[in-house]
Design a protein around this ligand. Structure first.
Ligand SMILES: Cc1cc2nc3c(=O)[nH]c(=O)nc-3n(C[C@H](O)[C@H](O)[C@H](O)COP(=O)(O)OP(=O)(O)OC[C@H]3O[C@@H](n4cnc5c(N)ncnc54)[C@H](O)[C@@H]3O)c2cc1C
Length: 385
């Protein structure tokens, strides 16, 4: 999918997102995060803004934005509250998978519903015994007439509690070798046989619901098999995860920017030994390192998004952006906390929230150890002798 940048639309959308963050997100972020409250009212506004369909093609009811603009939107949201970006991320990976690999009928039916947010949800890939090793999933889908019967458990499902529709990976052939050839993707709407078995209490990324889902003789119409062909699910989702990695890189840039900006302001207000701490060279060196890392992470993120806009695979670039941006996000959050001294450690300042949110980026959308394997695999392909 090649997506042309519409710069006027980008400016308008980003302005609207900044206003949304200032007006609606920032005032509730600390309290909702602390009390683990899901921001239903933000979902209503994001629906009105068209954000659930921001990268869905216009012909299917979306805004048809390019991926670079998408990365910028996520960055802006995460300057306010990172959890809100999770409401969009896996939902849009689901919509993107349908847009890229669904049948024409599936695109016509599902994409307008997903773009409006009427059908809103996420991804069911990870299981209690299979995360990095997606091929090891145990969930099964057995065809019975015009339906598939699904059994198994999914873990860490973002939007699992409040979402209503999920892209689900299950094995339609347990004996396939290699195992990924037996994996199929389905669009599953909540219904009998699907139970939210656990709400997971998290260190950070709070407010956004993360759940364990149990599927017991859960029935999906055969027409919901994505692409209409068994065994294509692994490829479909792996390609869509590029988008997830761009999202996580952009989140990291957003959180790191917020931490840096808090630190650079605080450093000019707080005085020790008769002058603002920003006048001490040790603090200046920290600020210089922080700003340089954030700028580099932003460029890597936009570079990966630009490659996706050109319709090219960007596993390498998205992997590098996700790896670097998430690692520096944690470093910058920690440095911003150091600059705040004791005040960085208490809940009156948002620093501790940035610090709790940062580690998720190292784990989500493929851990950074896995990113390095993806990057190395692509490098060896590119430089094959
Ligand atoms: C808050 C949150 C939200 C999430 N949302 C979703 C979601 O919406 N949908 C979904 O499907 N999943 C979701 N996940 C799951 C997430 O993608 C997985 O946690 C992640 O992929 C890692 O899998 P795992 O937890 O099973 O760790 P494991 O795969 O068990 O890995 C454990 C450790 O071993 C390392 N490791 C594993 N294999 C290798 C290897 N080959 N070489 C070197 N090191 C290796 C890993 O890097 C890690 O350090 C979410 C997770 C969290 C925490």
């Amino acid at each position: 999918m090649v997506v042309e940048a519409n710069l006027e639309l980008r400016t308008q959308v980003l302005r609207a997102v900044r206003e949304f963050v200032q007006r609606d997100v920032l005032p509730i972020a600390d309290r909702y995060d602390n009390d683990d409250i899901f921001p239903h009212e933000l979902v209503v506004t994001m629906k009105e803004m068209g954000l659930f369909g921001c990268i869905v093609p216009e012909e299917h009811g979306g805004l048809g934005l390019d991926f670079t603009t998408y990365a910028m939107i996520i960055e802006e949201i995460c300057k306010g509250w990172m959890s809100v970006s999770g409401i969009l991320n896996s939902h849009l990976i689901m919509a993107y998978t349908v847009a890229m690999t669904g049948t024409e009928e599936q695109k016509r039916h599902w994409l307008p519903l997903m773009a409006s947010g009427e059908k809103r949800g996420g991804l069911c890939l990870t299981e209690p015994n299979a995360g990095s090793d997606v091929q090891a999933i145990e969930m099964t889908a057995v065809r019975e007439g015009e339906e598939y019967v699904i059994n198994g458990t999914k873990m860490f499902v973002s939007n699992g509690e409040h979402g209503n529709t999920f892209l689900l990976l299950a094995k339609t052939d347990r004996d396939a070798r290699p195992p990924y050839k037996g994996i199929s993707a389905f669009i599953a709407e909540k219904g009998p046989g699907l139970e939210v078995s656990r709400h997971l209490d998290k260190l950070g990324y709070r407010g956004l619901d993360t759940s364990e889902l149990v599927f017991q003789d859960f029935r999906v119409p055969a027409e919901n098999l994505v692409g209409g062909e068994e065994g294509q699910g692994f490829y479909a989702v792996m390609s869509a995860l590029e988008l997830g990695r761009i999202n996580v890189a952009a989140r990291s840039v957003g959180v790191a920017t917020a931490a840096f900006e808090a630190a650079v302001k605080y450093a000019q207000q707080r005085k020790t030994f008769g002058k603002p701490i920003a006048q001490h060279q040790a603090i200046q060196i920290m600020l210089a390192d922080m700003a340089t890392k954030v700028a580099a992470a932003r460029l890597l993120t936009y570079d990966a998004a630009a490659k996706k806009d050109r319709g090219e695979r960007c596993d390498l670039e998205a992997g590098m952006a996700k790896l670097y941006a998430s690692e520096i996000c944690q470093q910058v959050a920690m440095d911003a906390m150091r600059i705040h001294g004791g005040y960085g450690y208490i809940k009156e300042f948002p620093l501790e929230r940035y610090y709790r949110d940062a580690p998720l980026m190292i784990i989500g959308e493929g851990t950074n150890e896995i990113q390095k394997l993806v990057i190395a695999r692509n490098l060896l392909k590119r430089y094959a002798i």
